[in-house]
Design a protein around this ligand. Sequence first.
Ligand code: F0G
Length: 425
Amino acid sequence: MSVSWHLACIDCATTYGGDTLRVRCDCGGVLDVVHAPVSVAGGQLRELFDGRLASKAPIDRSGVWRFRELVLPVAQAHIVTKPEGNTNLYDAPSVAAWVGVGALRLKHEGENPSGSFKDRGMTAGVTMARLHGMRVVACASTGNTSASMAAYAAQASMGAVVFIPDGKIAFGKLSQALAYGAKTIQIRGDFDAAMRLVEEVCDAEGIYLVNSINPFRVEGQKAIGLELMQDLDWNVPDWIVLPGGNLGNSAALWKGLSEAHAAGLIDRVPRIAVVQAAGANPLVRAWTTGAPLEPVAAETLATAIRIGNPVSWKKSLRGVVASGGVVTDVTDQEIVDAKAIVDRAGIAAEPASCATVAGLKKLVSAGVIAPDATVCGVLTGHVLKDPGTVVDYHRGELPGILSTYANPPVVCDADLPSVLAALRG
Ligand code: F0G
């Protein structure tokens, strides 16, 4: 198989051919996909990508493969696409007022086919699996990666094995993995334990690992930034704010935007703000101390980002530093308050997504992000991924949490006077 890219270790710079199935360097470091320079000029690339918006071909309609020259130039026949992306960029004035900025736009990645941003990376990961003739794919997951992988593997008629932390996964996500037919292994342990195990299992069993440690997942995930720039007619905002867990998304966002900049597609790279949950904030600690990341025992109600030993932390930090960005964290209380505001705006997203808005509010209050800055936030997952947290919040039943913006259901007898009393009360 001849390909136009190669892989390079971000630690020791060892390079490998682009057709290898490895996901780590021999030194243990993580790998980047390094592309040959794009031969098309920036202005022409913009025209090419914009022109595809009018196409009906699935690979042009995909918010990943529409940008294939910058994502992964593979033959169309191999591509496994639903198609993904094409998520809305909402103007959110009530959320902007709450966080203290003049304007705010929210890119809702929960509108992807499986309900989270993971579909962008997964279309690339499963495409690579098909390209290599792999029959089974696997991942460890807090829920969304497994839902997405199970959906794409089913579409490609591949086997799927997911490793999830027992009891710490939102029901919407668990149901998806089961429904799409993935073999679902609930580890008596946390995500970090599942992540360690899945790498060993994949090595032992010859299964293709499609966690975001897989460099091709990152290539697909890059399209989140490219599509956002296209939504903005290629006008670059000052800041992009997004949540961080295993840290593949922030790593991919920066890689995509810096490559787009190098290709002349955009005139600068926005600053990137990564927001972690306070109970799962190893990147914040590394950022603050300047020391290598020390794993933590993670705990947060935002189960999607309940991760203490993120595999892509070096790649993520590289992007934050290069973009002049920041890393911050927010409490569970701040996350659910922000979620209530996002939900009430009619946009609605799962808890981890709303760390974006909580983090933005914190950064505005701290004077890091100016009120007149142009800001886009990424919402990563659909509100229905985690209905349990929504209902418990509005009923005032989340342990240790104040339901500041509660909208509890009203129970009443089944007669007109009772219903009218409930309505008017
Ligand atoms: N938001 C949601 C809804 C997520 O599911 C995740 C990660 C993140 C944010 C963090 O993104 O890991 O790229 O920094 N979920 C993974 C999973 C870990 O298994 O579904 P990240």
